[in-house]
Design a protein around this ligand. Sequence first.
Ligand code: GLU
Length: 298
Amino acid sequence: MTSAGRFAPSPSGELHVGNLRTAILAWLFARSTGRRFLMRVEDLDRARAGAEAEQFRDLAAIGVTWDDGVVRQAEREPLYDEALERLTAAGLTYECFCTRREIQEAPSAPHAPQGAYPGTCRNLDPAELAFKRTSRPAAVRLRAAVHEWTVRDVLHGAYTGMVDDFVLRRNDGVAAYNLAVVVDDAAQGIDQVVRGDDLLPSTPRQAYLASLFNMPVPEYAHVPLVLNAQGARLAKRDGAVTLADLAVQGATAEDVRDLILASLRLPAGPLQRALSAFDPAALPRTPWVWRGPDASGA
Ligand code: GLU
């Protein structure tokens, strides 16, 4: 399988300038290294009817192109189930009945990092397990053998972060994001993951999981987010931040693309032109503050 990068939006609504910028970056990273570029719809959660088509339309409008073979996670549950079964057969999972509240209130396990699952259900005896099974449906957690894991990131260098007994299948039976992302990246031949740096803390968990499956760990590049004028992560409530909103203000898709390219210190115009100037080492390492289409912010 030839190597590939990807963009993996959750179809919860229209993409905003921050999502579009991450998509352009993922495209530039992939295309500048001769990779294929794949689209994956992460619709296990938060899917809104029609959002996928809107997102694809907006990506195309700013010049992001992708290769055939769009994948939708909601159609791939058997793949996640099969992967989970492999871990279970290897003794690497357990059922967990904890509510969010119970997890928050449980004393943390000795030596466990802050925020780690406290291990309440890790070693239930058969009688406890049988009793708990009558109480509520179980989530399935990973029986992790490490507390942390180190990944390499093109922009962040070596990054070490927490690995705990994270959830692989939620108690509603749906595969958890961390499982689906690892299974899909491997199944799609994705060997380069470019995404917002809010996901960097989840990456050690994913790389550790990939190692348990003997799957190759992709190259990672976690890119800075776009912030609003108050310094918080850009969101829809920050006003005109989608192509549709910005069009009403008179900014075309090309204008928005050029603003994004300027924020990356890349030349305006078709993405193909930016491609020849693209150099990951020269990318700004700090977030871009979005102040609207007229205040270029670049
Ligand atoms: N679906 C995630 C999001 O929209 C991205 C996950 C990923 O790129 O691994 O934030």
